[in-house]
Write a protein that binds this ligand. Structure first.
Ligand SMILES: [Zn+2]
Length: 175
């Protein structure tokens, strides 16, 4: 009987790797299919709207949207529009860029609990969006950012491409 092959393979020893030329794949071009929910969400961003879906059985609103409620195991009932305004529920000062490079200056990243007219949410499940928050990192250190009201700072219409970066960041909305 032959010994089964280890599906995880055999790790290469460092001595074996010396002198090996690893092939470099050229610039890969590909299209990514967003699917219905994310496609509508991204098209909404281009129009300056934050769209989500709602499950009427449990009352949950999903932002970014999903086509199925994973709590009720059923399709969602329709679309809702969230306000581009909300409250910071958590935030960190990050010294790591999205490219994983080390940043000279910290950027604040956080989760914003969004408001949807006609719906109330508790702190356990709410439509939320993770994004940059345009405040000094002192706001995180002093804890002043938690509970802060913020509003989306949209890029000018002609610069929007249907991406989460069509929102530059969330900035303090004032009282
Ligand atoms: Zn549900």
């Amino acid at each position: 009987m032959t010994k089964p092959v280890n599906p995880r393979g055999t790790p290469i020893k460092e001595a074996e790797a010396v002198g090996i030329e690893f092939p470099v794949v050229g610039k890969a071009r590909y299209n990514y299919t967003t699917g219905e929910a994310l496609g509508v969400f991204l098209a909404g961003l281009k129009q300056g709207r934050i769209l989500g879906t709602v499950c009427k059985r449990c009352g949950r609103v999903f932002v970014p949207p999903r086509m199925y409620c994973s709590y009720c195991f059923r399709p969602v009932d329709g679309w809702v529009e969230a306000r581009d305004e909300g409250v910071v529920v958590t935030a960190v000062a990050s010294y790591i860029e999205a490219t994983r490079a080390r940043a000279e200056k910290a950027r604040v990243v956080g989760v914003i609990k969004l408001e949807v007219p006609g719906y109330k949410f508790d702190d356990h499940f709410f439509p939320g969006i993770m994004h940059y928050i345009c405040v000094d990192d002192e706001a995180v250190k002093s804890m002043g950012i938690f509970g802060m009201r913020v509003r989306a700072r949209w890029r000018p219409v002609e610069q929007r491409v249907g991406s989460i970066t069509d929102i530059e960041c969330f900035e303090p909305a004032g009282p």
